[in-house]
Ligand binder design. Structure first.
Ligand SMILES: Cc1cc2nc3c(=O)[nH]c(=O)nc-3n(C[C@H](O)[C@H](O)[C@H](O)COP(=O)(O)OP(=O)(O)OC[C@H]3O[C@@H](n4cnc5c(N)ncnc54)[C@H](O)[C@@H]3O)c2cc1C
Length: 421
């Protein structure tokens, strides 16, 4: 047994680094154990390498971005929120910039600056860092933490902070180990599911649309004939289905729904126009280009790669002259411009998801400290808990805020127990 250390943090992602640094800053001895050869492997690839670290939305709208579990974070955010996070980085030399959608990035556009800043925070507060150390088990004695086991050694401690992340992008080290640790200690874990994940569709023609990006479209998802979500924005076609910002955002609801019912997606190519405006627009194009073939005229309304697929679906020969299109066929074109359906096969695997939905049950964690309600000295932070946010900086803010609170509380607990001894 290596003795004398008080707090062990498992995982060197954003939550773990913040927790370890904060606990050490408050005066505790801290060891950070990370299974990879470097800190922040996932953090370094966030925001396409630019790291969307938070969002400047107000607290109420912020919390809505985590769905029904968002309220759990309210206390945590009251203690350390978006402006605190920006100040944290700015005072340590990382300038930030506000972009479209209230999203905040490092001004350098380089996620590595965020990783390096957190590593410097750990060094400054003398956190002992052990890389390539995989924790296998957490050791307890009558529902009280007394150490961790891994890489051939036992390390004794008074508190353990689990910051092992979710199960997405496992090559970054997040392989779901924390769920097992929590369950071994008696915690319930809501089944980890992929979220912010691309969606596979059944239609084969999708392969021909691969690479196509559509801006300003509206996508709705339907189950049992009922629309359960609609979003406006940008989407992308891939070789297996659909992705892009609005698809990723609605994927969590799709994943929930597809377990019970068949789900279809409906694309509205022209959401800015009313039915009358769209019909007038189509008539105008047909009048102007009466001698041209349908395929050529539709270029004024749709991206080229979609036209043949679109017209086949509408049952209209692409080579037909528009002057030969009758009213009923025009109505079919209008219908498909409004409601172009795709059948959902399912989400891509969790390894390709941006985050994991599910995790350690929130009713077994104290939201004022992040401490387990079952095991004294056990704390949780980051994606391992049952909180999953939308894209836009919400997941990193949750990781940093829960990490900050877990580090601070673990240190307070250790100090209180050493005073009592
Ligand atoms: C491609 C991509 C882009 C993203 N972009 C953004 C973005 O721009 N903005 C945003 O808000 N969110 C983004 N996210 C989500 C965000 O990265 C995560 O929510 C966040 O990293 C979670 O932080 P964490 O510290 O809880 O876990 P992680 O970052 O997953 O870190 C967990 C760490 O624990 C270590 N570990 C695991 N098990 C063990 C063990 N047994 N022993 C020792 N160490 C262990 C892992 O190696 C890992 O380093 C993105 C995610 C991906 C995949």
């Amino acid at each position: 047994m290596i003795d004398g250390h008080r707090i062990v943090v498992i995982g060197g992602g954003p939550a773990g680094m913040m927790a370890a640094g904060r606990a050490a800053e408050k005066g505790c001895e801290v060891i950070l154990l990370e299974k990879m050869h470097r800190l922040g492997s996932k953090l370094a690839i966030t925001g396409k390498g630019r790291c969307n670290l938070t969002n400047m939305g107000g607290i109420d709208s912020f919390i809505e971005h985590y769905g029904k579990n968002g309220n759990f974070l309210r206390n945590c955010f009251a203690r350390f929120f978006n402006q605190d996070l920006i100040d944290f980085f700015e005072t340590r030399g990382v300038r930030t910039v506000l972009e479209r959608g209230q999203r905040v990035f490092p001004r350098s556009g380089n996620a590595e600056d965020i990783v390096e800043c957190l590593a410097a925070f750990l060094r400054k507060n003398e956190v002992e860092i052990r890389m390539e150390f995989t924790v296998d088990a957490i050791l307890t004695d009558v529902n009280r933490i007394n150490g961790v086991r891994g890489s051939g050694v036992d390390i004794s401690c008074d508190a353990v902070i689990i910051a092992t992340g979710g199960r997405s992008y496992p090559m970054t080290g997040s392989t779901g180990d924390g769920y097992r640790f929590a369950m071994d200690l008696g915690h319930r874990v809501r089944k980890p599911e992929p979220a912010l994940v691309p969606i596979e569709v059944e239609e084969d023609f999708i392969r021909k649309m691969q690479g196509l990006s559509l801006k300003n479209v509206e996508v709705s998802a339907y189950a049992r004939g009922r629309r359960f979500t609609t979003l406006f924005g940008e989407m992308l076609f891939t070789h297996f289905g659909v992705s892009g910002p609005i698809i990723l955002t609605m994927s969590r609801q799709i994943v929930q729904e597809i377990q019970k019912h068949k789900v279809t997606l409906s694309i509205n190519f022209k959401p800015a126009l009313t039915d009358e405006q769209l019909e007038r627009r189509l008539l105008r194009e047909f009048d102007h280009h009466g001698k041209m073939k349908c395929r050529s005229v539709m270029k004024h309304l749709l991206p080229v790669t979609t036209i043949d697929i679109f017209l086949t679906r509408a049952g209209i020969p692409a080579d037909r002259h528009v002057s030969e299109i009758n009213r009923e066929e025009r109505q079919r074109i209008l219908h498909y411009l409004r409601d172009f359906r795709l059948t959902v096969k399912g989400p891509r695997p969790i390894s390709e998801a941006i985050i994991t939905d599910g995790g350690v049950a929130l009713d077994e964690i104290d939201p004022y400290t992040m401490q387990s309600r079952l095991v004294s000295g056990l704390f949780f932070c980051g994606e391992v808990i049952d909180v999953a946010g939308d894209t836009g900086g919400y997941n990193l803010q949750a990781a940093f805020s829960t990490g900050h609170l877990a580090g601070e509380s673990a240190c307070s607990m250790c100090r209180a127990s050493s005073t009592r001894k």
